[in-house]
Design a protein around this ligand. Structure first.
Ligand SMILES: Cc1ncc(COP(=O)(O)O)c(C=O)c1O
Length: 405
């Protein structure tokens, strides 16, 4: 098979600056954007080909059928040896977050409490609040792993008189890049069963497990049969602009899935499903090249931090292209009154992300947006070229030295 070039090294900064997506158009043109989860890669050729073919025949109508489910079933079987995806127990949804919302409409009631593991992807809070669910936090342990005791406490603890009814698991975890093990997920399923809590696993980052770790689908572990998972090609192949995702129900959640309103199927785009299915079905070689590039960047980032930001603490992620950087040693005073919106976008210059943006011209996601324990951290997106990554960390290092470390 022909080898694929590292997708992260294909586009110049000038080309990237021509993009009009959130990553490239939120900040002034002198800022290096390493914040929102978009990658600086061209479209994978098999996805490009599938879209070109669809456009050539004007295949731009409404979405129908099981192409997404079949493509994902094949991917899950080949990559993870998991053969549990049955098309009848899936639904195409507009995107992962809206899929989560729909599942929570099925298995929780307004006013119910949902457990999350902080620090976590900021929209978890905003979306749950937008549908009138309360959020309770079970913090990750200091190593960034699931803390089963904290989880059990959160499951058992009444919030305003009622116990949580659902748990929104992020697997792999954003922002720490933690890949939950078979043993951890099995323990999660047992705890959830014991406390009558429904598990909804956001597995959007599953294709992005880096060399050295192995992804375990939540629905593949014993005791998880009444759970749900949300998957998508949007992170692995940078397809967030093509709105579609797949909701997968465990065997004991089929009846709940059957209650999914028909109107939900009007949301996802047919052309998006063509792109996502092509990625899962035919762009595995491209994904492998990407993962090698991300593994290289993970190593490079470690070297750059050691050289330019030695006070920053981090644990290299096992998955994702996100690095969770502890900056409290660098800015002991800056961490307390950080401002950030639900996307992790800096709204004040008080915290480390604000300082790196204002003085270093590097945009990062502000830790405070990720819930309790996030303040004093920044999230850096290393899905970019070695040159941009190097330049960005150098600029951050220059800020740190001007701050008088
Ligand atoms: C954990 C997690 N869930 C969901 C999303 C958003 O996915 P979608 O655009 O499909 O809603 C992201 C995007 O970065 C994410 O990191």
């Amino acid at each position: 098979m022909a080898s694929v070039l590292n997708p992260l090294e294909q586009l110049s900064l000038d080309q990237l600056r021509q993009r009009t997506s959130a990553k490239w158009r939120t900040h002034p043109a002198d800022v290096l954007p390493l914040w929102v989860a978009e990658m600086d890669v061209p479209l994978a050729p098999p996805v490009h080909a599938a879209l070109t073919e669809a456009l050539a025949i004007g295949d731009t109508g409404y979405q129908v059928g099981t192409a997404y489910a079949e493509a994902f079933a094949g991917f899950a079987s080949e990559r993870w040896g998991w053969n549990g995806v049955v098309a009848e127990r899936t639904a195409v949804v507009p995107d992962v977050m809206l899929g989560i919302v729909e599942v929570l409409h099925l298995v929780t009631a307004p006013g119910d409490t949902v457990v999350v593991n902080c620090p976590v992807y900021p929209p978890f809070y905003a979306f749950l609040e937008s549908i009138g669910r309360r959020v309770t936090e079970a913090p990750l342990n200091p190593g960034g792993r699931l803390d089963l005791a904290a989880l059990e406490e959160a499951f058992a603890e009444p919030v305003d008189g009622s116990r949580p009814t659902a748990y929104l698991l992020c697997s792999p975890h954003n922002p720490t890049g933690t890949v939950h093990t078979y043993a951890e997920l099995t323990a999660v399923a047992a705890l959830a069963q014991r406390h009558g809590v429904r598990v909804v696993a956001d597995e959007i980052h599953a294709p992005l497990v880096l060399p050295g770790a192995q992804f375990v689908p939540y629905l593949s572990v014993p005791g998880a049969q009444d759970g749900f998972s949300l998957v998508s090609a949007s992170k692995g192949w940078n397809l967030a602009g093509f709105k579609a995702a797949l909701l997968v129900a465990g065997p004991l959640a089929a009846d709940d899935l059957a209650r999914l309103p028909e109107v939900v199927s009007h949301g996802p785009s047919h052309v998006a499903v063509i792109a996502h299915a092509a990625a899962l079905r035919s762009a595995g070689t491209w994904l492998d090249a990407l993962l090698l590039g991300l593994d290289d960047n993970r190593r490079l980032l470690g070297d750059l931090i050691a050289e330019h930001l030695p006070e920053v603490s981090w644990t290299p992620p096992e998955a994702t292209y996100l690095a969770w950087l502890g900056c409290r040693g660098l800015f002991p005073d800056a961490a307390s009154d950080e401002g950030a919106d639900a996307r992790g976008l800096v709204t004040s210059t008080a915290g480390p992300a604000g300082v790196f943006l204002e003085r270093g011209r590097v945009a990062l996601s502000a830790g405070a947006a990720f819930g309790s324990g996030g303040s004093g951290f920044v999230r850096l997106n290393f899905a970019t070229s070695r040159q941009i990554l190097t330049q960005a960390v150098r600029q951050m290092g220059a800020v740190a030295s001007r701050s008088g470390r």
